[in-house]
Design a protein around this ligand. Structure first.
Ligand code: 6R9
Length: 649
C-alpha cells in the first residue's frame, strides 16, 4: 500500500456555488467555537430540530471521573417518531425514504416512501408486541441487507425495545454469545440472505445458535423462499404472524437516557463488548452529523454502502438520513457482483448524490481499473465519503479523480462504534482537504494527543488520540458491565476518553489517524480483536497456543497472521492449516478467516511468559531486519526459527 502523505498537499474545496452552502468556513469556525464555549446553548439549538414529547432543559450532564454520561436528561422523545412519523405528519409521506437495490441487478428493487415506511414499521412493531416484546426488552436482529432489517430496528425503537443487530456474516457461536450476553428473548431474522448470488443461511445459523441458548420467539422474514426448518411454538413466519395486527402503534415516550440499542464491538481483550447507546443524545448526534457532514439537501439520494450490522449502517443508513427526511439507498449485494462496476451502475441508476463507502472497497475496485467507473454517468455525485479505516492517499486520489471526476469533495470521516457518529472530518463546503487526513473536529469535539505517559502534546505532534469532553452521541456504558466500560475507555488516561487510535496533528491542525495502537485489527474495515481469533484457534483440539497479529495488506488494509503451536504429537500440514482456517471461519465468521497460518514449535516469550507481540508483528510484516531488543526473550533462538518459517514473503 502506498502511503505517501504530505502535510502540505491540499486539495481545494470546490467553489461554494457548486457545493456545501450549509456551512461555510466562517460558519464552521463560529459554530465550533460556540459548541465549546457554550455547549448547553449549542446542543439545545441542535436538539430543537427534533420533535420532543418533553423538551429537555438539562443539556450536558456528564462526568468522566467517575464516569457518568447524560445528555438532554429530562427530555422525552421517540427516535422512530423523529425518523418516520413526523415527516409523514409534515406532509412528506410521498417522499422516498428507502431505495432498495437487490443483490441481483435483474431482481426487482423497491422504493419505499415515508408513508409506506410508517405502515411497515407499525406492522413490525405490533408483531413484536404480539410475540410479547415490550419496552426495555432486548431484541436481536440478524438480517440480510433488506428493508425489513430497517423496519425491525425502527419497530424496536418505536416500542422502546433495545435492538442488538448482529452482522449477517457472523457465525452461530457469535450469535449465541451475543444473545446470551444481553439476555435477548427475541430474534428477528430471514430465511436466507444473498450476497453476490451466494446464499447466506441465516435461519439455519440461528437454529444452530439456539442449540446453545434459548429465546422465546424467532420472527422469520421470507426473503429468498429457500427451504428452512421452522420449530413449532418458537419460530414464526413474519407474513403469517403479522396478519391482522393493528394498523396503529403509538410511539413509546422514551426518556432521553433510555437505551436505544446495543452493538457488539471488538476490543483488545476478551469477548466483544455490548456498547450501549441511549435515545436522546444519539438522536441529536446522528441528525446533526448527517446534516452537516454530508451537507444533505432535500430530495437528494444518499448511499452508505455499510451493512446495518455495523455502527455505520445504524447511523448513516437508518437514523441519520431518516431523521433528516432523506432518501437512503440500501444495497443488499457486494461491489463486485455481477461485475466490478456494480457500485457505479447503481449510482447511475438511482442518480446517487452522496456516496459513502470504505477504503477497502475503494482499493479493491481501484485494482480492477478505472474503466469500470468510466462506463457510467456519475454526474449526479456531489459528495463522496470514506469511513472505517485510514484511507491511503493513493486510494484517496483515485477515488477523487475517477469517482469524483476530480471535482467532487471527498470526506474522510473518522469515528467509532463508541462515538455514535462522525467525530473528525472536513466539512464539504467549509474545508480544503488533504488526502490521507480526516481533517478537523466536528462541533463539540475536543481531540487531544497524549504520549504513552499521558502527557499532553501540543501543536504538531503524534500520539494517542483522546477526547477530553463528552458529546451527545457518546456510548454510555458496556451493557451489563459498567466497570469494563470505565476500564476500557477511561482508565488508560484518567479523566479522558481514549479511542485506541494513534494519530498525528499537523501544523494546520488537521488530524491524521494512523491506526489502532492496541490489539485490535481492522480487516476490510471490520474491527476485530486479535484475542478473539486466538480464542477461536485454541478451541481446536490440536492447538496448544496461538498468537495473532495484523500486517499491512494491499486491499484489506490489514490481514490476519496467526502463529500456532500444536499440541505434542500433532504435526503441521497444509491440510491442518486449511482446517484451522475453516475452523476460525466457523467460530467467528468469514471476515475472520486467517490470511497466513504459521506453525511454530514455540512463540517468543519473555522470562515472565509474556508473548513479545512486537517481534511477531515485525515478522508478519516481513520486516525482520529491525526486530529491536530480543535479549529479554527466554529463548532468543525462537526468533531465527520464526524468520525461517515466515509466511508473508
Ligand atoms: C465507524 C467505524 C472504529 C475504528 C477506529 C479506527 C478506524 C474508522 C476511520 C478509521 C482512520 C477513518 N477508523 N474510520 N481510521 N480513518 N476515517 O468504523 O466504527 O467499526 O467501531 O471502528 O476504525 O481505528 O478506532 P468501528
Amino acid at each position: 500500500m502506498s502511503n505517501t502523505a504530505h502535510d502540505d498537499e491540499w486539495v481545494r474545496k470546490p467553489a461554494s456555488a457548486s457545493v456545501g452552502t450549509n456551512c461555510t468556513a466562517a460558519q464552521y469556525d463560529s459554530m465550533y467555537a460556540e459548541s465549546l464555549a457554550d455547549p448547553d446553548r449549542f446542543w439545545a439549538a441542535q436538539a430543537d430540530r427534533l420533535d420532543w414529547i418533553k423538551r429537555p432543559t438539562k443539556i450536558a450532564g456528564w462526568n468522566y471521573d467517575p464516569v457518568d454520561i447524560r445528555w438532554f436528561e429530562d427530555g422525552k422523545l421517540n427516535i422512530c417518531h423523529n425518523a418516520v412519523d413526523r415527516h409523514v405528519a409534515a406532509g412528506h409521506g410521498d417522499r422516498v425514504a428507502l431505495i432498495f437495490e437487490p443483490d441481483s441487478p435483474d431482481a426487482e428493487g423497491r422504493h419505499i416512501t415515508y408513508a409506506q415506511l410508517q405502515t411497515e414499521v407499525i406492522r413490525m412493531a405490533n408483531t413484536l408486541k404480539k410475540l410479547g416484546a415490550k419496552k426495555g426488552d432486548r431484541v436481536t436482529i440478524y438480517m440480510p441487507m433488506i428493508p425489513e432489517g430497517v423496519f425491525a430496528m425502527l419497530a424496536c425503537a418505536r416500542i422502546g425495545a433495545i435492538h442488538s443487530v448482529i452482522f449477517g456474516g457472523f457465525s452461530p457461536d457469535a450469535i449465541a454469545g451475543r444473545v446470551e450476553d444481553c439476555e435477548s428473548d427475541w430474534i428477528v431474522t430471514a430465511d436466507q440472505g444473498l450476497r453476490g448470488s451466494k446464499i447466506v443461511p441465516l435461519k439455519a445459523n440461528v437454529d444452530e445458535a439456539l442449540e446453545k441458548v434459548s429465546v422465546k420467539a424467532v420472527l422469520v422474514v421470507r426473503h429468498t423462499g429457500g427451504e428452512i426448518a421452522m420449530r413449532e411454538g418458537r419460530d414464526h413466519w413474519y407474513h403469517e404472524v403479522s396478519q391482522g395486527v393493528d394498523d396503529e402503534c403509538p410511539c413509546e415516550p422514551m426518556d432521553a437516557e433510555d437505551p436505544l440499542f446495543i452493538l457488539y464491538t471488538s476490543g483488545s481483550t476478551g469477548s466483544p463488548k455490548g456498547v450501549l447507546h441511549t435515545t436522546g443524545g444519539y438522536a441529536v448526534w446522528t441528525e446533526t452529523t448527517f446534516r452537516y457532514v454530508f451537507d444533505y439537501r432535500p430530495g437528494e439520494v444518499f448511499w452508505c454502502t455499510a451493512d446495518i450490522g455495523w455502527v455505520t449502517g445504524h447511523s448513516y443508513i437508518v437514523y441519520g438520513p431518516l431523521q433528516n427526511g432523506a432518501t437512503a439507498l440500501m444495497f443488499e449485494g457486494v461491489p463486485n457482483y455481477p461485475d466490478h462496476d456494480r457500485f457505479w451502475a447503481a449510482c447511475e441508476k438511482h442518480k446517487v448524490n452522496i456516496f459513502y463507502t470504505a477504503p477497502t472497497a475503494i482499493r479493491a475496485l481501484m485494482r480492477e481499473g478505472e474503466a469500470h467507473v468510466a462506463k457510467h454517468d456519475l454526474s449526479s455525485l456531489r459528495l463522496i465519503g470514506s469511513v472505517g479505516e485510514p484511507i491511503n492517499p493513493e486510494a484517496w486520489r483515485w477515488y477523487h479523480e475517477h469517482v469524483g471526476a476530480g471535482a467532487v469533495p471527498v470526506i474522510d470521516t473518522w469515528w467509532q462504534t463508541e462515538t455514535g457518529g462522525v467525530m473528525i472530518t472536513t466539512l464539504p463546503g467549509a474545508h480544503d482537504m488533504k488526502p490521507g487526513s480526516a481533517g478537523l473536529p466536528f462541533f463539540g469535539i475536543c481531540p487531544q494527543l497524549v504520549d504513552n505517559d499521558g502527557d499532553v502534546l501540543e501543536g504538531a505532534a503524534a500520539g494517542n488520540l483522546c477526547i477530553t469532553r463528552s458529546w451527545p452521541g457518546q456510548a454510555r456504558t458496556v451493557y451489563g458491565d459498567h466497570d469494563r466500560f470505565i476500564q476500557t475507555y477511561f482508565s488508560t488516561y484518567a479523566g479522558k476518553y481514549f479511542t485506541g487510535d494513534g494519530c498525528r496533528r499537523d501544523a494546520d491542525g488537521y488530524y491524521w489517524i494512523t491506526g489502532r495502537v492496541d490489539d485490535v485489527i481492522n480487516v476490510s474495515g471490520h474491527r476485530m480483536g486479535t484475542a478473539e481469533v486466538e480464542s477461536a484457534l485454541v478451541l481446536h483440539a490440536y492447538v496448544s497456543e496461538a498468537a495473532v497479529v495484523g500486517y499491512p495488506h494491499d486491499i484489506k488494509g490489514q490481514g490476519i497472521y496467526c502463529y500456532v503451536t500444536l499440541k505434542v504429537g500433532e504435526e503441521p500440514s497444509e491440510e491442518l492449516a486449511g482446517e484451522l482456517r475453516q475452523w476460525v471461519r466457523k467460530e467467528i465468521g468469514p471476515i475472520a478467516t486467517p490470511d497466513h497460518l504459521h506453525f511454530t514449535p514455540a512463540l517468543p516469550k519473555t522470562r515472565s511468559g509474556k508473548i513479545m507481540r512486537r517481534i511477531l508483528r515485525k515478522i508478519a510484516e516481513n520486516d525482520f531486519g529491525s526486530l529491536g531488543d530480543t535479549s529479554t526473550l527466554a529463548d532468543p533462538s525462537v526468533v531465527e526459527t520464526l524468520i525461517e518459517g515466515r509466511q508473508n514473503r
